[in-house]
Design a protein around this ligand. Structure first.
Ligand code: M6R
Length: 609
């Protein structure tokens, strides 16, 4: 949601904090701020709006001067995004400054108590309360004050704290929000995300819930929730800083669309050995799988759509019933999940609060849990019984692209793996379908090559539209769902997806002369059915843009415009079919002058429910 960072060492802190905030700006971008310790004082600079405003205010990091500091980039939860509500927040006596990612649920009660004791608050945030609470518990021992204050907090939080009396020391506290310690030489860091750290160090420690760290230039100590020192393993970040930079592209989103063939290959290739699928540490026998009577896929947003896509392949190939559930709904549903349920949790960031809560609910009810996650060491990855990493590399654009297609690759691999173990398909079909999965990177590349120019050209025609309807059946419907989400979240064009056969049950009333209908027609078994729906909307004046393969002459004849993909096995067609729709959304957003990588009101990782 928000991004936090801390630095202590021998270099000037402000430029490092600002650089790190730049790398994490996708986590939230409605205001930003830094606090730097200098000669027993804390100096704070904050600015509403994008980080560029803070850069201006700090003269590109020339001020505040000092070697220890904390920084924050915000996605507002409590209080409007203005200078006052921006972090860092300072205690009443000015001795403590704090940055926070998450939500303090009981802040109102604590605020009332502190106000009764004379504390005066200047912001509307939950975070300011924590600064005052630390002040109230301070009698010269920084660590003790932090621990006492934290023991009162309820909710999700990653905190970074500095104290004017302790030059060179920053405290970092984690409870249900990501926090990583970066280990340098003569300098150390913390951040919400490794992208903020990789320019400086690749050696990191992932904190767990309830842990906190005292970070100094010459070392660090990690403590458990009752203050006992802990030994934690040091992990090495596998990718370089170039992976988190634009590399000549105008936007991260376009770069990430183009990276999909390589990313999907990285997700698939290491898991195919000697003509068989090996799912890392996730080993299930036919007997284990026969004991599973239901698979529940749970996720949010695009990851939920990935689940909708994967369901078709899993059910068709394994004949195990699959339910795809929005994590934000499942957690409050009293779901029918037990020890015979396999729960697949899908999350690019591995930090989505609702998805994590759904995973916890599944575990409580005895399900076996398998997480499909991109961010290494993230909460969901560590909480699930098993994890398959997407290996897509850092995804910076708020709108997911390669995160989505690599999720599909893993779901397809799982479907075929399970079908093989259950002996639901013969060896020949297994080998054929595995060949199809392995050819996805090439087909995705073809889809990029076939559509880049066409999507750019069609965007000129469609970008002024106020509403668009995406239709498709079965696997194509799942693609339509994701295509519509891509369109609305980055171009702000109202876009809705419908199962093509459902349109005439009400929504067709909205079709009028010139309404764009994007018809996904890549499911070989249902082409004629979708063709009829195209005719229905055309008869009411719709402008139809069809997405299909060249061999489908029928649909080409009916549609006003066509985008093509290479003909692809239906089970796995979603990973290819989504690519032209990602490109179309990208170019429509560009033509509409939108901030493509950081769409309004959104944040990359949604760590509040
Ligand atoms: O990190 P996650 O995969 O758990 O994120 C889930 C959704 O928040 C995410 O897919 C969101 O819908 C994106 N903005 C879609 O582009």
């Amino acid at each position: 949601m928000c991004g936090i960072i801390g630095y202590t060492g021998s270099q000037s802190a402000a430029p490092i904090l600002l650089d790190g905030l730049g790398k994490m700006e996708y986590r939230g971008y409605d205001s930003a701020g830094i606090a730097v310790l200098h000669e027993g004082e804390i100096e704070v600079e904050k600015a509403q709006g994008r980080l560029v405003n803070l850069l201006e205010r700090t003269d590109n990091g020339k001020k505040p001067v000092g070697f220890t500091g904390i920084g924050h980039t915000r996605w507002a939860t409590h209080g409007a995004p203005n200078d006052i509500n921006s972090h860092p927040h300072v205690s009443g006596d000015g001795r403590f400054a704090i940055v926070h990612n998450g939500i303090i649920e009981n802040y109102a009660q604590i605020k009332e108590e502190l106000a009764a004791k004379g504390h005066v608050f200047v912001s509307e945030t939950d975070t300011e309360v924590v600064a005052h609470l630390i002040e109230a518990n301070y009698s010269g021992d920084f660590k003790a004050a932090v621990m006492k204050a934290v023991s009162r907090l309820e909710g999700a939080y990653a905190l970074g704290i500095v104290c004017a009396d302790f030059p060179g020391t920053v405290f970092a506290v984690r409870q249900a929000a990501p926090l990583i310690i970066g280990l340098g030489i003569g300098e150390n860091f913390f951040a919400s995300d490794v992208t903020a750290l990789v320019s400086y160090t690749k050696n990191v420690i992932y904190l767990d819930d309830g842990e906190f760290a005292e970070v100094r230039p010459d070392g660090f100590t990690i403590y458990d929730s009752i203050g006992r020192p802990l030994e934690k393993p040091v992990s090495r970040v596998a990718w370089s800083i170039e992976a988190a930079e634009k590399g000549g592209y105008e936007h991260f989103m376009l770069k990430e669309i183009m990276e999909q063939p390589a990313a999907v290959k990285e997700a698939i290739a290491p898991r195919v050995k000697g003509g068989e699928i090996k799912l890392d540490d996730f080993e299930l026998s036919g007997e284990d799988l026969r004991d599973i009577n239901k698979i529940v896929i749970t996720a949010c947003g695009s990851a939920y759509h990935a689940g909708c896509c994967g369901r078709y392949a899993i059910e068709k190939l394994t004949r195990i019933p699959v339910e795809v559930k929005l994590a934000s709904e499942l957690r409050y549903e009293d779901p029918i999940i037990d020890e015979h349920t396999l729960m697949i949790i899908v999350s690019q960031s591995g930090e989505t609060a609702d998805t994590k809560a759904a995973l916890e609910e599944g575990k409580r009810r005895g399900a076996t849990t398998l997480a499909l996650v991109n961010v290494v060491g993230s909460s969901i990855a560590r909480l699930a019984d098993h994890v398959l990493y997407e290996w897509a590399g850092p995804e910076i654009a708020v709108a997911t692209t390669k995160g989505f297609t690599t999720q599909l690759a893993l779901l397809y691999l799982f479907a075929l793996y399970a079908a093989g173990k259950l002996k639901r398909i013969d060896d020949f079909e297994y080998a054929r379908l595995l060949g199809e999965i392995c050819s996805l990177p090439k087909r995705i590349q073809n889809a990029i090559d076939m559509n880049s120019a066409a999507a750019e050209r069609l965007a000129e025609k469609y970008h002024g539209s106020t509403s668009m309807y995406f239709i498709g059946r079965n696997t194509d419907y799942a693609v339509a769902l994701e295509g519509a989400l891509k369109m609305k979240e980055i171009s702000y064009v109202h876009a809705e997806a419908y199962a093509a056969g459902e349109l005439k049950h009400g929504t067709i009333a909205l079709i009028e002369e010139g309404t764009p209908v994007i018809a996904v027609c890549c499911n070989e078994d249902l082409l004629e059915k979708t063709a009829s729906n195209i005719l229905e909307v055309k008869a009411r004046g719709a402008e139809v843009l069809a997405l299909s393969f060249r061999e489908n002459r029928d649909i080409i004849a009916h549609a006003d415009d066509v985008l093509f993909i290479p003909r692809t096995e239906t089970f796995f067609s979603e990973a290819v079919a989504i690519v032209p729709l990602q490109l179309l959304a990208y170019y429509v957003a560009r033509d509409n002058g939108c901030d493509i990588d950081k769409p309004r009101n959104l944040a990359k990782s949604v760590t509040v429910e």
